[in-house]
Design a protein around this ligand. Structure first.
Ligand code: DUC
Ligand code: ZN
Ligand code: ZN
Length: 490
């Protein structure tokens, strides 16, 4: 036998091309991609199916305590099971430092919990809430050395936000040691001041959440953090971009040579602020930033299409519609007290397949780039993840492009108990999903069953990627320092 497993007769789709080919797998690895491969010990008939790299979700919250102090609804088992059923075979969730936390302990804690439960491979980003001297000089470089090559920082939330000087400190550390800084960009003053006014006026329903998180708050913060990143000349990635103005600010910065990446998420393509405006139940659609309107959705689609937004992630942040998550004070909960976030790990790919590929907005190759390949390249997981080529991990999702599914929370495998996308009719679904050559999901033979063992997922130490390379174009003032022979010391 030439291979342990052959995926035979499908259409293999990567970010670059779509070809009729077999995929030959030995052990955990793709060994060959070509038509007419020799026999395998086992074979999977992929006739009529699309063979895609498993999705890489580089923004999801799993077993994480939020800035509100609330534990999210999914642990590393339920979240990764849900990911696999939705065609995602790599996740990069967050280890979250809260202000009083010691980073080595935070990392050890997340590692332990993930190792026991994950069914797909995972990396980590590190949320930095307290960039003190010890964090900057010791803890962040040590985390990077272990393969955690990205930090997330917040410009809002009382318990998480960093001031501009602190942001510059983190950016300088990221540049010095080789990490990418992800930014939650919203103006804290606008949100907090309006929030106080709204609550004071008795306007406490979920819909006021979308009022306080103004479009201008996102636009201002994106522009500000881009200016900060330019001082240091280090790449940043703006997560969950939701507005016309936000997309435009990133596009304009990219056009003048700044290395800034953008991300958007299902909630900004498929939901609007109207979804939040349904009384208390609007809480199920509350996330930060909030969904906007059709024009903003259109801007996000255009951003994905022209590359302004490089990646499409779930920002899976699951909180149940009860006292454990969205309603800590029951019906009396104000929008300022409810956990922020919506689930999306499992439906991320099927939604984009239907409304992106199916509706003719993006090609299949762009679908793969946006859901897998670019995540792997930017975050230092390529070529092992995000592609199908000799040497890559045999992480594959076999899609039936004709399969129709009516979305219902009962169908999904996460622990949120609802989905904001209930009632939608989707076309195109992953029917067989493999991780490192092992079939985790087979909807044709074992519908609804997770075939992979709890804890089989492995930690992925990530490499320094090209995305971390500074643009090499300092702003005028910093260039002048160098010309004087007194360069900025980071
Ligand atoms: N930011 C996220 O990235 N996810 C959920 C909530 C938030 O503020
Ligand atoms: Zn965020
Ligand atoms: Zn998030």
């Amino acid at each position: 036998m030439d291979f342990d497993l052959v995926i035979r007769g499908g259409t293999v789709v990567t970010a670059e091309r779509s070809i009729a080919a077999d995929v030959g797998i030995v052990g955990e690895t793709v060994r060959a991609v070509a038509a007419g491969l020799g026999p395998g010990q086992r074979e999977i008939d992929a006739d009529g199916l699309l063979v895609l790299p498993g999705g890489v979700d580089s923004h999801c919250h799993i077993e994480q305590v939020s800035s509100f102090g609330i534990l999210c609804a999914d642990d590393f088992h339920s979240a990764t099971v849900s990911a696999a059923f939705g065609g995602t075979t790599t996740v990069v969730p967050f280890c979250a430092q809260h202000r009083s936390d010691h980073i080595p302990e935070v990392l050890a804690d997340y590692h332990r919990r993930a190792a026991e439960k994950a069914v797909v491979d995972y990396g980590f980003h590190l949320i930095v809430a307290n960039p003190d001297a010890q964090t900057l000089a010791t803890d962040l470089p040590a985390a990077i050395d272990t393969g955690i090559r990205s930090f997330k920082i917040f410009m809002t939330y009382d318990r998480m936000r960093l001031h501009d000087e602190q942001i510059l400190d983190v950016l300088a550390t990221a540049r010095r040691h080789g990490a990418l800084t992800m930014v939650h960009a919203e103006n804290h003053g606008i949100i907090s001041w309006l929030g106080g006014r709204m609550v004071g006026q008795g306007n406490v329903a979920p819909r006021y959440h979308a009022v306080c998180h103004t479009r201008s708050s996102e636009a201002e913060a994106i522009q500000r953090v881009i200016a900060l990143a330019e001082v240091v000349d280090t790449p940043i990635l703006i997560v969950h971009v939701s507005t016309i103005e936000g997309v435009a600010a990133i596009r304009a910065a990219q056009a003048r040579g700044v290395k800034v990446f953008g991300e958007t998420c299902p909630q900004y393509l498929f939901l609007t602020a109207q979804d939040i405006d349904r009384g208390l139940e609007g809480a199920m659609f509350c996330c930060s930033p909030p969904p906007r309107d059709e024009a903003a959705q259109q801007a996000c689609w255009e951003g994905l299409k022209d590359g302004t937004l490089a990646v499409y992630s779930s920002d899976h942040a699951p909180y149940r519609y009860d006292a454990s998550g969205k309603l800590p004070k029951g019906e009396k909960t104000t929008f300022k007290e409810m956990a922020n976030g919506v689930p999306g790990l499992e439906l991320r790919l099927p939604l984009l397949f239907t409304y992106g590929v199916g509706a003719g907005r993006i090609s299949l190759n762009e679908f793969v780039a946006l859901t897998a390949t670019r995540h792997a390249r930017i975050y230092g997981l390529a070529p092992r993840k995000g592609g199908i080529a000799p040497g890559s991990d045999a992480d594959l999702a076999l899609w039936d492009p004709e399969r129709r599914v009516e979305v219902d929370a009962e169908l999904l495998h996460d622990n949120t108990g609802y989905t904001p996308y209930a009632g939608r009719s989707l076309k195109g679904w992953p029917v067989i999903v493999l991780s490192r050559g092992e079939v985790l999901v087979d909807q044709t033979r074992a519908p609804g069953q997770m075939l992979g063992r709890r804890g089989r997922g492995r930690f992925l130490a990530r490499e320094r990627s090209d995305a971390l390379q500074p643009a090499g174009r300092p702003i005028d003032e910093i260039a002048r320092l160098a010309a004087w022979g007194t360069p900025l010391v980071l």
